[in-house]
Ligand binder design. Structure first.
Ligand SMILES: [Fe+2]
Length: 469
């Protein structure tokens, strides 16, 4: 990192690799006021990590220092009211569109993109950025998409037999189109190329420092009759052991469905060991108190938890919070965490159900592909109005503003560990045996697996705690 202080290109590359745009005036300030040594830590500053470093952000950092350290685990999350007026929907989609448009416009292939209104009056090649509002197949087997921007919409055609026709297009995703306009009865664009927001390909950098592990567990389902209590205890004993890998675990992530809840599906009472959801959390808190004090445990909700189902989901209420020890930090879902300078994106993963339906040939055993499609679209829940209830707030919190170093999901009880263009990702197992429902669906979960990421070398360890059966 020392090499880049004072080097314009490398400073820009550094921020870009973390998905942050730098205002040219901010860059001049970094260069001329020797702010280079600060930039690595700037990633933890909540203002900077929003994806855009402005002149005022950098002046603020120089004046007041970086907002982190003791307060870095103070989770501030806006209180989002559940509303659904036309204005709310508009605000939500405007936010989604503008954030993703800004990312797509970074691509050199999109240089010179114009509003749809203008494209409709153009000749020859045009570049537009819009949201997919409709996808259909014409009688001749071509695919027809309606694309909208803030003012207008246009039909675009993916010709059968062209490479681009094989592209998976999802409703409500934002894409860049390069194509030629045809001025027929209604102007239409014939597509040559589709540009996705995507993540820039990166090489994973090893800081060379001693390992610090973040360990990921998901879908614990405490309270269920099929919660794998023995495996979970074995995992905690290992964390407490003198094993050198265990000693290096500093963070633990519980990415939702930490308890089984109640009333999540019809007849769930028959599957519950602990009926009262509060008692399920008390039981979980007992386990967390067993975890060594120097490990910070982050706990977020999922669809089985006690908070509202619609995303973004808030943190657990105080009644539950006060049961947990001091080293437990409650998070909303989704959430972006900065650990040791690495960006760790956490999402329980309800939308993976939608993705399994939308992506031909995909199933829960090949869920890594769905995770990659999310990263490619820089969005955690593309489909609005599918199986994932989303709150139409004025900001779309599911846009992946900043490129994560690690992306953790759960929900489908599978285990998929991968690397997409330098983003390490995992679907993080479960601590529940096959449920009746899963048996019906012919799905075999992959339980009792802990996935560990070394925040310095970015290498991974998969630890299995499943008893021999
Ligand atoms: Fe879930």
């Amino acid at each position: 990192m020392d090499l880049l202080y004072g080097d314009r290109t490398r400073i820009l590359e550094f921020f870009h690799s973390h998905g942050i745009l730098v205002d040219p005036r901010a860059l001049e300030i970094i260069l001329h006021r020797n702010a280079g040594p600060l930039i690595e830590n700037m990633l933890t500053d909540p203002v900077v990590s929003q994806g855009y470093l402005s002149e005022s952000d950098i002046l603020d950092v120089l004046r007041n220092g970086i907002k982190q350290d003791d307060s870095r685990f103070e989770i501030n999350f806006p209180d989002i009211k559940v509303r659904s007026s036309v204005d709310d929907f508009r605000g939500y989609f405007v936010s989604r569109y503008s954030k993703l448009k800004r990312i797509i416009a970074l691509s050199s292939a999109m240089r010179g993109s114009i509003p749809i209104k203008l494209a409709k009056r153009s000749q020859g090649e045009v570049k537009i950025i819009g949201m997919v509002s409709e996808v259909s197949t014409t009688v001749n087997g071509h695919r027809k998409i309606t694309i909208e921007d803030m003012e207008d919409q246009i039909s675009v055609i993916l010709m059968k037999g062209k490479g681009v026709s094989r592209e998976l297009i999802l409703q409500d995703e934002v894409i860049g189109i390069v194509g030629s306009v045809s001025q027929g009865k209604t102007p239409t664009i014939f597509v040559n190329e589709i540009i996705r927001p995507d993540v820039p390909a990166r090489i994973i950098e090893d800081t060379g420092r001693d390992p610090v592990y973040v360990a990921s567990l998901s879908d614990i389902h405490v309270g269920s009759k099929t919660f794998r209590d023995d495996d979970f205890r074995r995992m905690i004993s290992w964390l407490k052991s003198s094993d050198s890998d265990a000693q290096n675990v500093k963070y633990l992530i519980l990415s939702g469905d930490v308890v089984d809840g109640i009333g999540v599906y019809p007849g769930q009472e028959d599957d519950l060991e602990i009926l009262n959801p509060l008692e399920q959390y008390f039981k979980l808190a007992e386990y967390i108190r067993e975890i060594p004090e120097d490990i910070t445990t982050f706990i977020m909700p999922g669809n089985h938890d006690i908070v509202r189902l619609a995303e973004p989901q808030p943190v657990f209420p105080d009644r539950i919070k006060k049961e947990f020890p001091k080293n437990a930090v409650l998070l909303p879902n989704p959430f972006n965490l900065i650990l040791e300078g690495r960006n760790v994106l956490l999402y329980h993963g309800m939308s993976l159900n939608d993705m399994v339906e939308l992506i031909p040939g995909l199933n829960f055993d090949t869920i890594g592909r769905a995770i990659e499609e999310m990263l490619k679209r820089r969005h955690l829940a593309i489909k609005y109005g599918g199986k994932t209830p989303l709150i139409p707030s004025q900001e779309d919190y599911h846009v992946i503003d900043t490129v994560p170093d690690i992306f953790i999901t759960g929900h489908v009880h599978s285990h998929a560990l991968g690397n997409y263009k330098g983003v390490r990702y995992v679907n993080s197992s479960t601590w529940q045996s096959q449920t009746e429902y899963q048996r019906m669906m012919n799905f075999n979960p992959k339980p009792s697996i802990m996935t560990m990421f070394d925040l310095h070398s970015m290498s991974t360890i998969v630890k299995k705690f499943q008893a021999m059966e």
